[in-house]
Design a protein around this ligand. Structure first.
Ligand SMILES: [Zn+2]
Length: 653
């Protein structure tokens, strides 16, 4: 296909055609049509004169003006052992049309230095860019062609396959390998869009499944790099079955506690998007990579509406809770190395397992050691804007924290943060509500009041902790779960209820710390733990003092009375056995010395985790359930006539 105005024939990727506006589009012959590339967002991260540079570049690529420049897509394929393409030629970015010097472009990992557009990588290039040099052990894919379906559209399928092989030097649209990322072992399956649009046929499905089986056998994390238009039509219903086959292989890795990560590259659509691309533990996408089930044009034709700019891009999907994070190529290796290292629970060089310490200054467990304070003053103190937030504590206490986003279905709640990292050298999952220090931060974080998507994100990350055997630390500072129309519509009550069940049975140590406000069910949904700690000025209550005053006193001004009656302060709650220990705060409160406050929390967490880490999961879960079972157990008896005469006739006492 010849692009208008070009002066010489040029190579292009299979499955790509050039639209009238000159942008590359996916050819719909082997897979569902994908949307045209989104217009590049101007402005972000660009120099003030970038726009004029773009225009200059565009003028310079006018027909006949610069025949030596190639489109970035036009770079030739490299052999399996090859690294990134280097060329001394000038290239034209497909994202912004700026001219790029080839060598600079290659050095940057095929990222446009002007607009950050990530040019496609072949599978061999991908493996070379991700894995430690010298660590790549390619798993040879031997494809049996004897039973090739005799499918012919405009051309016989066998011809298309033969051409794809000749053009790419690959046996199929995926290359699998063993390797290491920063010395962490990993099994990788990397798709190659050049090969029939990365379509999912039987051989691709088989290769991904076998890679998963190797990962399972060797208990090595699996990384899948996706680039695909969807299922391979020429192989018919057998292609569809690959979605089920690969998914069950990933399910087995779940059961075995082996980490799975997908890296979404542009484009990932159809059957790949709806199977192994999104059923992994952690979904990372490259900037602007598109991911979806149906392509943009299919949707637009169906609903007869124009979709918003950025639809189905990584940025859109992050906001809508579908993916965990976006990482540029420059950050990928470091991020993957951290995830692999945490998941393998490998000790780090400066590993310091929390040593059990006597209950001393780190944690106050005797209520009499705490001064008696007016609970209303505690309520006021717990709400001070200067108090360290969850992310403040994380920055102080957790090394290599990678935040995970989204509930995988509807949204990413900004009021709840969750992620993986290391505390005192020990891999942990940290989950917490997030407020802010000023009006803007509070508004951006929905005032620390999680939505159902927030609680579902927490649940997802807790399940990941259970799968990987990582202890969970929760930090709670919330006035409560968000009360609102949308929250109700999306099942706020159900989301909280499900967390209570989940946490009660979580087979890993769970430590909860109420660092500020512990507001009712919204706080409890993160507080069903083996040990519940409270900062000295924190409060924890069934309802806000104001709410209680309004309902029972019929007067919000009675809040101080309500606070006292509700016994919301740390001293009262320690005495009641609701909390197990109180974390001392520096000076007049955590906000007066946030660093010292975080250090006090560190000591308390280290002591508590030190007690819990040696315990097996049965001991943990049994004790946790007994801990909550006892609340109110002496207040009522349910007499069971069917059990009359038996010693257990009293069901509850
Ligand atoms: Zn660019």
């Amino acid at each position: 296909m010849e692009h208008r105005g070009r002066t010489r024939p040029r190579r292009r990727l299979p499955g790509l055609v050039r639209a009238r506006d000159g942008r590359l589009q996916l050819l719909g012959e082997r897979h569902p049509p994908c949307p045209a590339r989104e217009p590049v967002r101007r402005g972000a991260g660009r120099a003030p004169d970038a726009r004029s540079r773009v225009h200059r570049a565009r003028r310079s690529v006018a027909p006949g003006r610069r025949p030596a420049a190639h489109r970035v897509h036009d770079l030739p394929a490299r052999p399996l052992s090859g690294g990134l393409v280097t060329t001394t030629e000038w290239l034209v970015c497909d994202g912004c049309a700026a001219m790029i010097y080839g060598r600079r472009f290659a050095r940057a990992g095929r990222i446009c230095p002007e607009c950050g557009w990530h040019a496609p990588l072949t599978a061999p290039q991908r493996l070379a860019s991700l894995l430690d040099p010298g660590s790549v052990r390619t798993l040879e894919l031997v494809v049996a062609d004897a039973d090739l379906p005799e499918f012919t559209d405009l051309r016989p399928y066998s011809d298309r396959l033969r051409d794809a092989r000749a053009r790419t030097g690959l046996a199929e649209a995926v290359v699998c390998a063993r390797g290491r990322i920063d010395d962490n072992p990993v099994v990788v399956a990397a798709m190659d869009f050049r090969f029939l649009g990365g379509s999912l046929g039987t051989a691709v499905g088989e290769a991904v499944t076998r890679a998963a089986e190797i990962a399972l056998r060797e208990r090595t994390p699996l990384l899948i790099v996706t680039a695909s238009g969807g299922a391979r039509m020429q192989e018919g219903i057998l292609s569809l079955m690959q979605m089920a086959k690969t998914s069950q292989a990933l399910g087995q890795l779940d059961e075995a506690g082996v980490l799975t990560v997908s890296l979404i590259t542009d484009p990932t659509y159809g059957g790949v998007a709806a199977s192994f691309a999104t059923s992994t533990d952690v979904i990372i996408a490259e900037p602007r990579a598109r991911l979806g089930f149906a392509g943009r044009r299919v949707i637009e034709q169906t609903i007869r509406e124009t979709l918003p700019a950025g639809f189905q891009t990584a940025e859109f999907l992050l906001e809508h809770g579908v993916i965990d994070m976006i990482r540029s190529r420059a950050e990928l290796r470091a991020t993957l190395a951290r995830l692999l290292s945490v998941a393998s629970r490998r000790p780090v060089s400066d590993d310091r397992a929390p040593a059990p310490q006597p209950a001393g200054p780190a944690l106050i467990t005797d209520a009499d050691r705490l001064p008696e304070r007016d609970p209303w003053l505690c309520v006021r103190a717990a709400r001070r804007l200067g108090r360290p937030t969850t992310l403040d504590h994380v920055a102080m206490l957790v090394d290599g924290f990678d935040e995970l986003h989204g509930d995988r279905s509807s949204a990413d709640c900004p009021a709840l943060v969750a992620g993986l990292g290391r505390f005192e050298g020990v891999p942990v999952v940290v989950i917490g509500t997030q407020k802010g220090h000023d009006g803007a931060e509070l508004a951006a974080r929905n005032y620390g009041m999680p939505s159902p998507a927030g609680y579902r994100k927490a649940a997802r990350v807790m399940r990941l902790a259970a799968k990987l055997g990582l202890p969970v630390i929760t930090l709670i500072d919330t006035a409560g779960a968000h009360p609102g129309v949308d929250a109700e519509r999306h099942g706020q009550a159900v989301a909280i209820a499900q967390n209570l069940v989940l946490m009660a049975g979580l087979p890993v140590p769970v430590v909860a710390v109420v660092t500020g406000e512990g507001g009712s069910g919204g706080a409890l949904a993160l507080t069903v733990a083996d040990r519940i700690l409270m900062c000295e000025n924190a409060v924890y209550s069934v309802i806000s003092a104001e709410g209680c005053a309004a309902i029972l006193w019929k007067d919000p001004a009675a809040a101080p009375l309500a606070a006292t009656a509700l016994r919301v302060d740390a001293r009262s709650l320690l005495r009641l056995g609701i909390v197990d220990g109180v974390v001392p705060e520096p000076g007049e409160g955590a906000e007066t010395d946030p660093v010292a406050a975080s250090e006090a929390l560190r000591a308390a967490l280290a002591q508590t985790l030190g007690e819990l880490l040696p315990l097996d999961q049965m001991t943990l879960v049994t004790a946790r359930r007994a801990r909550f079972r006892r609340f109110g157990s002496d207040t009522a008896v349910l007499v069971d006539p069917a059990a009359a005469g038996r010693p257990d006739r009293v069901v509850s006492r």
